[in-house]
Ligand binder design. Structure first.
Ligand code: GLU
Length: 446
């Protein structure tokens, strides 16, 4: 429920941003957490800091023309939402996927502001992308698209201004083409203008693994706070992209067993535990579908229809995309003995699903906290670039683990302080909000 004092704020957001359902959903969830905060700190209402936060500082929408290998012309749309720079340069990934539109990029940018604040590192929030679909495109086509995209975007970027990275559909290959074009146009080797770079040219160790590893570190903290353990737990990790693969890797390292994952053609059930080497070969090297994984490995069933959430598991990690886990999925998880849900993707659980978790006492780690490991390690990449240094894997992984543990503890103590003990959603929203709001109030009306 949104507090009476904040209802008009929400209504304004909806009426000023029509047809942006995901943005409404993301802002609504934050406003539901802020009731106890404005009761304690009416100065936030007076300064209209929440309204300021819901309005991006700058929104860039541009045309991205490119030609495919047959010489056919395509026109895509590019976005960069520079949401909030109170704590540092705009920071957040680029998503290349046909579903990308203004509402999606705005919800992602809004979430990013709070997530980045929670890391405790000096990064503002932004997000961008395009409705370009890299699936089935040749390397040369992806290169031409990335060059066209950057030819327009470069003027808005800079290590002190706006620092993109990857997201769905944007990995090391795309980051290479984007950085290469930026370097060429500006005639500057400005490493910290983009993160998620290859470790061969300015990237950080652990950045590739960071979002998945971070989500598992967060789950470990959540379970240990209840005197439980991740070891021996049966898990589902939805998706099979970068976040999912490294969540599975860390779960296996910690002695958990992952029995299912998915892609846009369905899901696989592998009761013996997913063969990670085969999964990496199929998804990351060959860029094939999970049907190929099922063909090559015995004892696995592939399900083109139905829901990956129908499989019994104790701890589950939605790591695919927004709103992939519905209220009905949540009910089926509850019935099958699920004890914890930890978001690796951005906003993968619907509001109805989160209600079901609350009603059933299922621990819930929201994305703003649980998947902050990716962007936190991006900030570590920026630190290394700024000092022209590169850190070792274990040192960087320890830094990530410490950041995740701090975020976890901050969420719990903030939830306690604002009268909702154990509620990580309130903890993440309020702690992130307070940090950004303090800086915004200090800067005045800018
Ligand atoms: N796209 C990732 C996220 O959702 C990472 C962003 C970044 O590293 O800047 O947080």
């Amino acid at each position: 429920m949104i507090d009476e004092k904040l209802k008009s704020v929400y209504h304004d957001i909806v009426s000023r941003n029509p047809a942006q359902q995901e943005f409404h959903q993301a802002t609504r969830e934050v406003l539901e957490s802020l009731g106890p905060v404005v009761a304690k700190h009416p100065e936030y209402l007076h300064a209209k800091v929440i309204q300021m936060l819901a309005e991006p500082e700058r929104q860039i929408i541009f045309r991205v023309p490119w030609a495919d290998d047959q010489g056919q012309v395509h026109i895509n749309r590019g976005f960069r939402i520079e949401f909030n720079s109170a704590l540092g340069p705009f920071k957040g990934g680029l998503r290349f996927h046909p579903s990308v539109n203004l509402g999606i990029v705005k919800f992602l940018g809004f979430e990013q502001v709070f997530k980045n604040a929670l890391t405790g590192l000096p990064i503002g929030g932004g997000k961008g992308g395009s409705d370009f679909d890299p699936k089935g495109r040749s390397d040369a086509e992806v290169m031409r698209f990335c060059q066209s995209f950057m030819t327009e975007l470069y003027r808005h970027l800079g290590e002190y201004t706006d620092v993109p990275a990857g997201d769905i559909g944007v990995g090391t290959r795309e980051i290479g083409y984007l950085f290469g074009q930026y370097k060429r146009i500006t005639n500057r080797y400005e490493s910290a203008v983009i993160t998620g770079k290859s470790t061969e040219w300015g990237g950080s160790q652990v950045r590739t693994e960071a979002t998945g590893y971070g989500a598992v570190f967060f789950a470990k903290e959540m379970l240990e706070a209840q005197n439980g353990s991740i070891e021996g737990k049966r898990c589902i990790v939805s998706g099979s992209g970068n976040v999912a693969i490294y969540a599975i890797e860390k779960l296996h390292q910690l002695g958990a067993i992952v029995v299912a994952c998915s892609d846009s053609d369905g899901f696989i059930h592998d009761p013996a535990g997913i063969d990670l080497d085969l999964l990496k070969q199929v998804k990351s090297v060959e860029r094939q579908r999970l049907t190929t994984y099922a063909e090559r490995r015995g004892g696995v069933t592939h399900h083109p229809a139905g829901s990956v959430w129908s499989i019994p598991a104790e701890v589950v990690f939605p790591c695919a995309t927004q709103n992939e886990l519905s209220g009905r999925d949540a009910a089926s998880l509850a019935k099958n003995g699920c004890i914890a849900v930890v978001e690796g993707a951005n906003m993968p659980c619907t509001a109805a699903a989160i209600d079901v978790f609350r009603e059933n006492g299922i621990l819930f780690g929201p994305a703003k906290a649980a998947n902050a490991g990716g962007v936190a390690t991006s900030a570590l990449e920026m630190q290394q670039n700024a000092s022209r240094d590169s850190w070792e894997f274990h040192y960087t992984e320890d830094r990530l683990a410490k950041i995740m543990s701090n975020i976890h503890d901050t969420c719990l103590s903030t939830a306690d302080e604002f009268g909702r003990p154990g509620d990580y959603v309130t903890g993440a929203n309020v702690a992130g909000f307070k940090r950004v709001a303090a800086a915004m109030m200090a800067f005045g009306l800018v």
